[in-house]
Design a protein around this ligand. Structure first.
Ligand SMILES: Nc1ccn([C@@H]2O[C@H](COP(=O)(O)OP(=O)(O)OP(=O)(O)O)[C@@H](O)[C@H]2O)c(=O)n1
Ligand SMILES: C[C@](O)(CO)[C@H](O)COP(=O)(O)O
Length: 375
């Protein structure tokens, strides 16, 4: 069954304040919106993801996610969702999610999609733990009350009908209530404390703390070797190094980037560079290795991971790496979207021992440290 996701990110974040609307503000190492976008795009059951942004937020979106599918929303959340539903054109199931709820797990998505097997609408909810009282001081029973979260999952045709039937002059605080207004059942599945909405300035610190608690550090190594050859260019860390010889290989033979690529792939158990870019495939002949590294980084991001640090040691007798160290460091940082201080480049000789000592080739070894969510 075809399933799409809409992430509504068209709000102005007035209550949260800040220099940019909260969904574009940094949270746990990247823009808030990027977290739920990665969770949606990496879920095997979701075929398409559409982001709804506010007018004039195109640049913020591009900076946060690059070129992704989007549509402009409306003055209220309800109108933004309606614009998203219209832009989708058609699908069988749709998940509607607030960008302001960043830490979405695949487990919640799985529960929602399973519920849609039997009902037209499903929402995540958590029981109310606090005592409730009205503004005038009247106690309200919390029995049977739930705090409702997003994503909210629907049969597409049903939620489109519900939006169309809802009076234009009335606001709805979520989409499920519109489906209930048509007399349809909405199932509540178990929500997640990680899905709390970021609404006020203090919520950012609380969200950072929750994120820290759900992330696990993973470290992995990578190693690569290439042979020196006459008439080849020498590429190290995405930088062309002036030298009498270069490294030979199927791609540009950038031994440093290959080692880092393998280290990153290792952090998520995604095999090695040869598996993703086989030397037998002519399309990688002479390819710039930056694209291999970017691919590995995008796989880490798709798992909701954050790259914390990358360290590479280049092993050769010559040329001297020291004069190029900072350029190489800046280049690797730029390929990975990191700060130069999050990248380390070192070099060593092997005291004229072995193949590197004899100047037959160059080696590189790398260590990558990432944080990935436990989902
Ligand atoms: N016109 C709107 C208003 C809200 N939203 C989105 O709906 C979600 C929930 O809304 P809320 O947390 O209230 O966000 P804001 O409206 O931005 O916050 P505020 O009310 O403080 O301005 C957010 O992801 C927000 O971007 C939207 O897409 N279009
Ligand atoms: C949709 C929602 O997140 C469900 O709890 C919530 O109602 C959004 O409310 P807001 O006032 O638009 O933040």
């Amino acid at each position: 069954m075809k399933t799409a996701a809409i992430i509504v990110a068209a709000g102005s974040g007035t209550r949260a304040g800040g220099s940019v609307p909260k969904q574009f503000a940094p949270l746990a190492g990247r823009p808030m919106l990027a977290h739920s976008y990665a969770a949606m795009t990496s879920h095997p059951g979701i075929d398409a993801v559409l982001v709804v942004i506010g007018e004039g937020q195109e640049e913020l979106l591009r900076a946060a996610l690059g070129d992704v599918d989007f549509v402009v929303g409306g003055a209220s959340r309800r109108e933004s969702v309606a614009n998203g539903l219209t832009a989708l054109g058609g699908t069988e199931r749709v998940l509607i999610h607030d960008a302001a709820r960043p830490f979405l797990s695949h487990a919640v998505i799985d529960r929602l999609l399973a519920a849609l097997e039997t009902v037209s609408g499903a929402i995540p909810g958590l029981p109310v733990a606090d005592t409730l009282v009205s503004a005038s001081g009247v106690s309200v029973s919390r029995d049977g009350l739930m705090r409702v979260q997003t994503p909210q999952a629907f049969r597409y045709a049903a939620i489109v009908e519900a939006h169309a039937a809802w009076p234009a002059d009335r606001e709805a605080t979520d989409d499920a209530q519109m489906l209930r207004a048509l007399g349809q059942e909405v199932m509540v599945v178990e929500g997640s404390a990680m899905l709390e909405k970021v609404t006020h300035p203090g919520d950012f610190a609380a969200a950072e703390a929750r994120f820290g608690a759900q992330m696990r550090v993973r470290t992995a190594t990578g190693y690569d070797v290439h042979r020196f050859a006459e008439g080849e260019e020498l590429w190290l860390g995405g930088v062309k190094i002036p030298y009498s010889r270069g490294l030979s290989g199927h791609s540009d033979a950038d031994v440093a980037l290959h080692a880092i690529t393998d280290a990153l792939l290792g952090t998520i158990g995604a095999g090695d560079i040869g598996m993703h870019f086989p030397p037998s495939d002519p399309k990688w002949r002479g390819a710039a290795s930056a694209q291999f590294l970017q691919h590995a980084a995008s796989l880490v991001a798709a798992e909701g991971g954050v790259i914390d640090f990358v360290d590479v040691t280049i092993i050769c007798e010559a040329p001297k790496v020291g004069p190029h160290r900072e350029t190489i460091r800046a280049s690797i940082a730029s390929i990975l979207g990191l700060k130069p201080s999050e990248v380390s480049v070192k070099a060593t000789t092997t005291e004229r021992l072995g193949f590197t000592g004899r100047g037959e080739g160059m080696a590189a070894q790398a260590v990558a440290t990432v944080r990935v969510p436990v989902i």
